[in-house]
Design a protein around this ligand. Structure first.
Ligand code: NAI
Length: 285
């Protein structure tokens, strides 16, 4: 097998710790940011569909919020699949290689990568006052982290594909309606998601010929901890007609689309962008 590149680091797939196992007990998905919100719903949805889950998160055990990876273990394993909790800050790209090797060691394969982990700016500030610190923090997680993790996983998928015919891996990027619609009080978030949308397009183009489909899912306003601080504001905007379908999105709305992709229903739609925004994508005047 070839050598897997990650920036300046080589991940030699001949290394015994990263060899893809010859016997496959089941399909496996990596979900980043799996401990809560949209990522948690995606991980549970894929577990219900029979995927073993490697859940990446910042915390293995929560501080009593019930939102650590360990707390997910029972929920995932009650579906009759295995769960691998992986503590990693997605911004720490030096850790990617070993974390992906852990997934291969445990499951022998990666069928789906869901790039879900993401953060909003700690403080919403006008674009004229965006700080360098907030810009770097948001970009490093939302864009740089997801891009380089995808690079590593893509190379592993390509190697695996060469050895196995019955293998249709997929990569999914959870971007945002903010990839397209500006909010001047969180420029760094919008730019990170616009960049991630292009990353999805680039990988989709490069990997389609390899038999690896890449998709972008663009959620609108989803009820999670991320939006808890602006709930009142959005409640009012939704009541006033912001969302054509007239309600908040739920994490399960996004998870259902991931399951549709996983099922193969969108197999002739490489590079597809799926809006999950209750019609906000229509863009009314
Ligand atoms: P959330 O804040 O509830 O959950 C985010 C998850 O990502 C958590 O599990 C968190 O631990 C993990 N995470 C954050 N930074 C990380 C890091 N550096 N390394 C590893 N894991 C990290 O957010 P939510 O709402 O579930 O969002 C999930 C994704 O969906 C994000 O990418 C977000 O930008 C996107 N999104 C959310 C929308 C919403 O309205 N909630 C709308 C559009 C997109």
């Amino acid at each position: 097998m070839g050598t897997i590149m990650h920036g300046d680091n080589n991940l030699d797939s001949n290394n015994s710790s990263t060899n893809i196992k010859e016997t496959y007990s089941g399909k496996a998905a990596i979900v980043t940011g799996a401990s809560r919100g949209i990522g948690r719903a995606i991980a549970i949805g894929l577990a219900k569909a029979g995927y073993n889950i490697a859940g990446v998160g910042r915390k293995v055990k929560s501080d009593n919020s019930g939102q650590g990876l360990i707390e997910m273990q029972c929920e995932i394993e009650s579906q009759g699949v295995d769960f691998l909790p992986l503590q990693m800050d997605i911004a720490d790209i030096c850790r990617h290689k070993s974390v992906v090797a852990d997934v291969i060691n445990k499951f022998g394969r990666i069928d789906i990568l869901v790039n879900n982990a993401g953060i909003a700016p700690a403080e919403r500030k006008d674009v004229l006052e965006t700080t360098v610190e907030s810009y770097n923090t948001v970009m490093n997680v939302n864009l740089r982290g997801a891009f380089f993790l995808t690079q590593i996983v893509s190379n592993i998928m390509i190697n695996h594909k060469e050895k196995c015919n019955d293998y249709c891996p997929k990569i999914i990027f959870i971007t945002s309606i903010s990839a397209k619609i500006p909010s001047t009080n969180r420029a760094e978030y919008c730019m990170s998601k616009a960049g991630l949308s292009m990353a999805a397009k680039l990988f989709a183009d490069r990997l389609a010929g390899e038999g690896i489909n890449v998709y972008e899912i663009r959620p609108g306003i989803i009820e999670t901890d991320m939006t808890a601080g602006v709930k009142d504001k959005y409640d009012k905007m939704i009541a006033a007609g912001l969302i054509p379908q007239g309600r908040w999105g739920l994490p399960q709305d996004v998870a259902k689309v991931v399951n549709a992709i996983a099922s193969g229903s969108l197999d002739y739609s490489a590079g597809g962008i799926i809006d999950v925004s209750g019609g906000m994508n229509i863009g009314r005047l």
